[in-house]
Design a binder for this molecule. Structure first.
Ligand code: FES
Ligand SMILES: [Fe+2]
Length: 396
């Protein structure tokens, strides 16, 4: 412990990793290098990431339609924060801390519909807007002010129909931060799509940065040679210019993979339905589109279906991963659509197995003394920009 700063002393390995990150920042990562492998396995680095990346950043939580009606709630843990996304009585979406203002028990768990949150420990009751409704036996406690004892609210912002939170409440507006990307994706009208299924993959044994790194299309030529590479050759991918807060990657489809949509437009073989989202540009119809908003948001909008991942770090080398499916607003949910989703999930599980295999062996690889910072290919602009973004946050 450093007595002056109150911070734990850093190990030599952490000091070296932060030095390498400083170099990446100073050069703008013009040398196209990955982060040091130590960053993917270190508890010290993860503790720093909580303070430098996750509390000050914008974290994807979900979609507003996860809580469509007053009283609907969904519990989600983000880093060390037990949270609940709830629709209050007035219809306002709120993100509240689940930590009871008495002695810190979680006031709810799971998901459902309720008229209030009643703590399971000593039965304090909170309204859906977080305010304290009832605290039995507290009348004689000195200086106890019920009006100041509500659940803490966490700042949130809705961008393109997704709910993001900012734990320290000080970040630049996400809408401002993401302004440059909107021109290239606005025709998807992502805020109008409907959530039709979620698949919780639970705890996965790789670091959140291994997950983000794995977003490049370069690995189509190896890991996905029997799935994505068939329609989208990995060496045919490129990134749009960005402002450092996100990456927008495209991967060109093979001419042989292009078919006609129901409306007669050229479109890359639909995953789900030929009745695609109307109004998309040719670029959006003919290329794979991948959007990464650092640190935890990944979405892959197709012309006919969209899936995105909610990824929550649990520790160095451990994440929880949930995949959600959205369909265009003109598609009706029901048994027919759910049956088609079952079929789609066979494909998704196949490529997810491929990604699981590579992320698992990469996480093993970063433990090795022979693992050193990696040179990146022209198809790994995501990795270059992500390493630069992480380095900037960690050394600021
Ligand atoms: S901890 Fe919640 S009422 Fe005591
Ligand atoms: Fe992959």
């Amino acid at each position: 412990m450093n007595i002056m700063s109150g911070m734990p002393e850093q190990s030599d390995a952490t000091a070296r990793t932060l030095e390498a990150m400083k170099h990446i920042v100073e050069t703008g990562n013009s040398e196209w290098r990955s982060l040091p492998p130590h960053a993917y396995r270190s508890q010290e680095i993860f503790d720093l990431e909580k303070e430098k990346i996750f509390r000050p950043g914008w974290i994807l939580l979900g979609r507003p339609d996860m809580v469509p009606n007053a009283g609907d709630f969904v519990s989600i843990d983000v880093i060390d924060e037990p949270l609940v996304m709830v629709r209050d009585k007035a219809g306002k979406l709120r993100v509240l801390s689940r930590v009871c203002r008495h002695r810190w028990a979680p006031v709810c768990d799971g998901a459902g519909n309720t008229s209030s949150f009643v703590c399971p420990y000593h039965a304090w009751a909170f309204n859906l807007d977080g305010s304290l409704r009832n605290a039995p036996g507290m009348e004689d406690t000195p200086n106890f002010k019920p009006e100041e004892m509500g659940l803490f609210e966490v700042r949130h912002e809705i961008w393109q129909g997704f709910v993001f939170i900012n734990l320290d409440g000080k970040a630049q507006s996400l809408t401002e931060r993401m302004a440059p990307i909107v021109d290239e994706i606005k025709e998807f009208r992502l805020s109008e799509w409907k959530l039709v299924r979620s698949r919780d993959y639970g705890e996965c044994p790789w670091d959140w940065k291994v997950f983000m790194d794995n977003g490049e299309c370069y690995h189509h030529i190896g890991a996905h040679k029997d799935t994505f590479e068939i329609d989208f050759p990995g060496l045919e991918s490129w990134d749009s210019p960005n402002n450092g807060n996100y990456v927008l990657t495209w991967c060109r489809s093979r001419p042989t993979s292009v078919v006609k949509s129901t409306a007669g437009e050229d479109v890359v073989s639909p995953l789900f339905s030929s009745d695609i989202m109307p109004g998309l540009t040719e670029t959006q119809r003919l290329n794979l589109c991948l959007i990464y908003v650092f640190p935890n948001y990944f979405i892959n909008p197709w012309p006919d279906i969209t899936y995105y991942v909610r990824m929550f770090p649990l520790g160095p080398g451990r994440i929880r991963m949930i995949l959600d499916y959205l369909v265009p607003p003109h598609m009706e949910d029901g048994p027919e659509l759910q049956k088609k989703l079952d079929e789609l999930e066979v494909f998704v599980n196949k490529f997810n197995d491929e990604d699981t295999a590579v992320c698992t062996f990469v996480q093993r690889g970063v433990q090795s003394t022979k693992a050193i910072p990696a040179p990146l290919s022209r198809c790994e602009g995501l990795n270059r920009d992500f390493a630069l973004w992480v380095s900037r946050q960690m050394t600021a």
